[in-house]
Ligand binder design. Structure first.
Ligand SMILES: [Zn+2]
Length: 112
């Protein structure tokens, strides 16, 4: 029983994501765990790999809170480079700090 149930002040709880009533919500548990990009801070750094290769590593965006495959695809396209998901971080081959910062900011993430 909710407070004000059955009165004009009774506002049924709605889902923040799809805007439907909680009872009609179509969001999966995974979607509900998502966090708005504006509330997340991505950290960028360069790492040296074997054979002197450089990769740009993006940390701070977890797999639970984000659609990492989608973010990775955007970054790969923007940089024209390959990349992978390593647990809760993304790796893009090469030094793409500036472009990745631009892309993440465009999506709405805060970047350190
Ligand atoms: Zn929903």
């Amino acid at each position: 029983m909710r407070l004000f149930e059955g009165t004009p002040f009774d506002i049924p709880p709605k889902c923040d994501l799809c805007g439907r009533l909680d009872s009609e919500c179509i969001c999966s548990a995974k979607m509900k765990a998502r966090v708005a990009p504006e509330k997340q801070i991505a950290t960028l750094r360069l790492e040296k790999r074997k054979k002197g290769k450089t990769v740009t590593v993006i940390c701070g965006l977890t797999d639970v809170a984000n659609d990492l495959p989608e973010v990775l695809t955007k970054l790969k396209n923007a940089c024209g480079a390959g990349g992978t998901i390593e647990g809760d971080s993304l790796e893009i081959q090469g030094d793409h700090l500036r472009r990745i910062r631009e892309q993440l900011t465009q999506i709405g993430y805060r970047v350190k």
